[in-house]
Design a protein around this ligand. Sequence first.
Ligand SMILES: [Zn+2]
Length: 341
Amino acid sequence: MLLKRIMIACLFICIFTLLSACSTDEPSESTDEVTSEPTSETAEETESLPTEAIFPEVELQKKDVGKHVKLLQYALNQIGYDLKVNGTYDEATTWAITDFQLQHEELMDIGVYNEETRAILKQYLNENNQIDPGLGLPYNTETTSTQSGSKIIGNPYDQLSLINKDFALPADYIPEDLVVPDVRFPFTEDLPKKQMREVAARALEDLFEAADEEGLELFAQSGYRSFERQEAIFTSNVNLHGEEAANTFSARPGESEHQTGLTMDVTSPDIGFKLIVEFGETDEGKWIAEHAADFGFIIRYPKGKEEITQYQYEPWHLRYVGEKAAKEITEKGITLEEYLL
Ligand SMILES: [Zn+2]
């Protein structure tokens, strides 16, 4: 009897020891998510964070790290969000800013902490207002997939969203701020493909103006494309070339960047306004390669990176990512995949 009790007691001690060992192990396993261990993080946090929340006076965006991001996360939590104060402008921080922007009509919904967003966030703090997190963009932690197995992204508004053969846009995503940029098109019909999201449209106008000043003749050929339109295009390409071949140059519905409204295919009269590799050799194509980043655009499918982008070289396909990311991507000669992943 006594022996039995001793054995039971031993068993309990063993389980208790195991459990406590597990819980101390846990934080170091999740270093991927949080940039440093919770213990040192907490110490640093109380040290570097002011007693009163403040919104930092700099522009911040996805991938940024450091004290300013930490201040931003801390201040966002004061108005109702529940972010990890880890100093990394991660997916959750991008979501919170996008969600806030979607709840304020006057703000562009792009996930970037910019001056306009800061001004309204500050009002919340000053007036002790609270936000209703997720009212603009529900925070989706579950990942759903398309029929072909690519993940459907939770924040299609993000200016730095990654859309490719692994990550797709929700089928019902239609940008709310589509406009027709004031640039040249080789056709006169008022087609939906003339449109872009406002942030990208304004940047494209600046790019065209600068090219004009160099005496170049850029034309915009194809911008926004709805999920349904992409579905029709892909189906027709599959019928002509077979699915595998079609997918090397044509995207499955949901996987086309054109659905983001952040993309424009450009061309020139020298090549008959076509979207062909020779565009890269025209004066316009060369100028684009050199100057697109100054206006926040990248050549999304560069030569020699076909294995990463999983698309053929497309010197005509411009994607807006904002100046900061565009400059880094172009200077380093990398792709959006390499920049973000
Ligand atoms: Zn394109």
